[in-house]
Design a protein around this ligand. Structure first.
Ligand SMILES: *Cc1c(COP(=O)(O)O)cnc(C)c1O
Length: 382
């Protein structure tokens, strides 16, 4: 049967019908009054999502373009930066920074474990000359399903006083609170195919005043990703280059949906689905890769040497896409995405499909229906 694909991966995430219909609209001129109205509305709603009064700009590019923009706009070659690395995306920050000849110092944790904020504190406190120009952190590490303690790390960066904090919030924004202004985050990178519920193609960079201050002295070459161009245009409800107009129509629709649901309800839904998924995984006798106190709200990584077989059965028999492991985790974990346009019903469906797959490969260490029962209990009680 065609057309019943269910995406349970941490990006691209499922796209609601309002957004799909917006994508099918005829494009309009990006310098038209009508499109100015769209940019103005979308920009206001992006600020709402980031809980900021400062700037949020849109780029034609994936989340990595937004990360790269944050590096090249606020930093210079040779700058000393501290990068948190406990998964593929933390490593990516370090690789981007090194590609531009920044002086990268990694703070690492084993994949599956959160970064230790104390290591940031020690490094930042030891820097009495105030050489460190930025701390760079992945909030929700999609490759492992680990949530890093951004709030505490940020506190240590604030105590340093000089360093910027640049954050990858690609799979945390829209799943849990990332209060940019309250915490004083200097720049946040994200991408449309995650919590925004829009297909891939848009990157977002939120920029605070301290980052704009750093922009003035940052010397790396830039043109298409020069964020000042985007700010100047966005302030006039415009864009510096031809934007992906239909993606922005889709974004307009999903941000309206998000506003109707409300931030607290969105965060509660993600928390509930994370709890239900984790309860189900345990009930099925499987091991969770991330610890309970550092579990990402948008993605659950499950340890299993049968990961690829389980994924193949779930795909073939139920047309549900689960994500595999990345890099050294390939074949060792599978990942259940519960980010964006995901309902409680989707969780129950995915869990029952996983249970069938486990039965088919001979697992007998759980009672029939144990996974769904555990998830249902969480849903009934929350
Ligand atoms: C998806 C993702 C990105 C961006 O990846 P792109 O493929 O460039 O959109 C960055 N960081 C995290 C944590 C992600 O999950």
């Amino acid at each position: 049967m065609d057309d019943k694909l269910m995406l349970m991966i941490p990006g691209p995430t499922p796209v609601p019908e309002q957004a799909l219909l917006a994508l099918a609209k005829h494009p309009i001129g990006h310098r038209s009054k009508e499109f100015e109205g769209t940019i103005a509305e979308v920009t206001e709603n992006l600020k709402w999502l980031h809980q900021t009064q400062h700037d949020v700009v849109m780029l034609a590019g994936s989340g990595t373009a937004a990360m790269e923009a944050a590096i090249i706009n606020f930093l210079s070659a040779g700058d000393r930066v501290v990068v948190g690395c406990n998964g593929k995306f933390g490593d990516r920050w370090a690789e981007v920074a090194e590609a531009y000849n920044l002086n990268v110092e990694r703070i690492t944790a084993e994949w599956g474990q959160p970064l230790d904020p104390e290591q940031f504190r020690e490094k930042l406190e030891a820097d009495t000359n105030k050489d460190i120009k930025a701390a760079i952190v992945t909030h929700s590490e999609t490759s492992t399903g680990v949530l890093n303690d951004l709030e505490t790390i940020n506190r240590h960066v604030k105590a340093h006083g000089k360093a910027l904090i640049l954050v990858d919030a690609v799979t945390s924004l829209g799943a849990l609170s990332v209060p940019m202004d309250e915490w004083g985050i200097d720049a946040i990178a994200s991408g449309s195919q995650k919590g925004y519920m829009v297909p891939p193609g848009l990157g977002f960079v939120a920029v605070g005043p301290k980052a704009w201050e750093a922009y003035k002295t940052a010397t790396l070459p830039k043109y298409y990703l020069d964020l000042a161009k985007y700010k100047k245009a966005t302030d006039k409800s415009s864009s510096p280059f031809t934007p992906p107009i239909n993606l922005i129509f889709a974004l307009q629709a999903t941000l309206q949906m998000m506003r109707r649901e409300g931030l607290d309800a969105i965060f509660a839904r993600h928390a509930r689905q994370m709890e239900a998924t984790r309860a189900a995984v345990r009930a099925l006798g499987l091991k969770l890769f991330a610890p309970d106190d550092a579990a990402a709200l948008s993605i659950t990584a499950v340890e299993s040497s049968d990961a690829e077989q389980i994924r193949a059965i779930v795909k073939k028999q139920f047309d549900i896409s689960l994500a595999g492991g990345q890099n050294q985790l390939k074949g060792k974990v599978f990942r259940i995405g519960h980010l964006g346009f995901v309902s409680d019903r989707d969780i129950l469906t995915a869990i029952s499909a996983i249970e069938v797959a486990l039965r088919e490969i001979g697992a007998e260490n759980f009672a029939p229906g144990a996974g769904v029962a555990a998830a249902a209990k969480v849903f009934a009680e929350s």
